[in-house]
Design a protein around this ligand. Structure first.
Ligand code: AHR
Length: 494
């Protein structure tokens, strides 16, 4: 058992945790949209206009704040007019990015917006800058948000939606340095400036425009961030994106369920590096925007492993173990701590793809360990992130990597303090003894998610890993909590 001293100072606010930090990402990729979210109205699986009821309920449970769609790489090949109107006449196309399968466009703008309304989350539309046109994107916005008389508003009404939707988040291109057009930074910047000029605020709707930011760190990526920050103001851009996956090696990504301790620590090291990556880009952003007017949105993050044996390699379907839970806990703590600059984060992807929170098989649904972490962390949403320090130990020192054994963050909202902790060691228990200053706690409650690191929830055993009530001690303003090896704990102080 390792003992760690910890200090939380509620008087020292680090930032406001936007609920969108707990955001999600969905793409027309594998079984994310089709089968995962949308099964069609004629499906025997209970649905609302084709949208799975069980999935909607699960999204509501974790208070999903925002959902990004339709991609990803798919977004820069997506032509929104193919996905509206009578379903039987919608264009059938090839999904060139993901498995070359037929995309029948039965899930389009109306279906996505209805999903967001049912869940109660903000839609985040990723617009096509790579292979679309300025007119096409401008018309999509008119279609979704204009309340008056116009060709696109009329078309929307003809398709059954009288009132416009509210659309806040608009991404203008996705990974345009890669699958979104292989553009150089100056070229993308100019294209971005041109496209955003025609993305109008209609009928009281106010767009929050997101530019395609870097895909990593290092000199070239800092230059990408700098190019945007130097040449865009808040009338043109409200945030820039950052994409970063934890991929041990692109040639041999490793199994999602069968891994050694060294492989576990390698993934944790990559996850923990998000802290440095954000710090580095924040330093560049601070030079041009010291007042944090332009946000950083990590709109794709998570673990990327080999697909489950026997599944389509283009579908990116992977299982989700306690390793994924620890990674999610660690990364969400990092986003909380950077909440002054990081205003949104979207895990990739929401159902059946990469580090999914939900897996489906026919009518069956599994909530993954990562889902449970989102459930345990949801009370951070809209809280103030407060100073939280702990003693720590690097458990990957012998591999010349950096993995702190303990991960933590704390927030205060409406007189309630939420403290989230992870013990990243898979071999050693820990005990944390924490002084809590600037907050008068009278009661303490805790919940835990723990298991052997390779364990996962399967369709045969969907509740093998679940959140359970736990105990923590509070005495004279001092909190004591034990963290078993490979565990995530939420402590609530009132
Ligand atoms: O999430 C899978 C893919 O990863 C996305 O389509 C793309 O944006 C990224 O490279």
């Amino acid at each position: 058992m390792k003992n760690f001293k910890m200090l939380i100072n509620a008087g020292d606010k680090l930032g406001h945790i936007n609920r969108e930090i707990y955001g999600h990402f969905s793409e027309h990729l594998g079984r994310c949209i089709y089968q995962g979210i949308y099964v069609g109205e004629d499906s025997p699986i209970p649905n609302i206009h084709g949208l799975r009821k069980d999935v909607i309920e699960a999204f509501k449970q974790i208070k999903m704040p925002v959902l990004r769609w339709p991609g990803g790489c798919f977004a820069d090949e997506y032509h929104w007019k193919d996905g509206i109107g009578e379903k039987s006449t919608r264009k059938r196309m090839v999904n060139t990015n993901w498995g070359g399968v037929v995309e029948d466009n039965s899930f389009g703008t109306h279906e996505f917006m209805e999903l967001c309304e049912l869940v109660g989350c903000e839609p985040y539309i990723s617009g096509n800058l790579g292979s679309g046109t300025v007119q096409e994107l401008a018309e999509w916005i008119e279609y979704m948000t204009f309340d008056g008389i116009s060709p696109m508003a009329e078309l929307r009404r003809k398709n059954g939606r009288e009132k416009p939707w509210k659309l806040k988040y608009l991404g203008i291109g996705n990974e345009n340095w890669g699958c979104g057009g292989n553009m150089r930074r100056g070229y993308y910047l100019d294209e971005y400036r041109r496209y955003q000029s025609f993305c109008k605020n209609y009928s009281g709707n106010k767009l929050f425009k997101v530019a395609c930011g870097p895909g990593g760190d290092g000199e070239d990526w800092f230059k990408w961030t700098e190019e945007l920050m130097k040449n865009l103001d808040t009338n043109q851009c409200n945030a820039i994106s950052l994409h970063a996956y934890n991929v041990p090696n692109w040639e041999h990504k490793g199994s999602a369920t069968d891994f050694t301790e060294e492989e576990y620590l390698t993934v944790l090291h990559l996850a923990n590096y998000m802290d440095d990556r954000i710090t580095h880009h924040t330093e560049v952003m601070n030079r041009y925007d010291p007042q944090n007017k332009i946000g950083l949105i990590v709109d794709e993050w998570g673990n990327w492993f080999e697909v489950e044996p026997g599944t389509n390699p283009g579908f990116l379907y992977q299982q989700n173990t306690m390793r994924d839970a620890v990674v999610a806990a660690l990364m969400l703590n990092i986003f909380n701590r950077h909440s002054r600059r990081v205003i949104m984060a979207n895990i990739a992807q929401v159902v059946n793809v990469l580090q999914a929170v939900i897996l489906t098989e026919g009518e069956k649904l599994v909530k993954t360990p990562t889902f449970h972490v989102f459930d345990m962390y949801k009370e951070h949403q809209e809280g103030d992130c407060v100073y939280c320090w702990s003693e720590n130990e690097n458990i990957a020192e012998n591999l010349k990597k950096n993995v702190p054994m303990l991960s933590s963050s704390a927030s205060v909202k409406d007189g309630v303090m939420t403290v989230t902790l992870a013990n990243c060691s898979i071999t050693e228990d820990a005990e944390v003894c924490c002084d809590v200053c600037g907050f008068e706690a009278k009661s303490v409650e805790a919940v835990i998610l723990t298991g052997e690191v390779h364990e996962f929830n399967s369709f045969d055993e969907p509740e093998k890993l679940a959140v359970k009530p736990y105990s923590a001690e509070l005495k004279d303003g001092r909190l004591t909590v034990k963290l078993p090896a490979c565990s995530v704990v939420t402590v609530t102080l009132k």
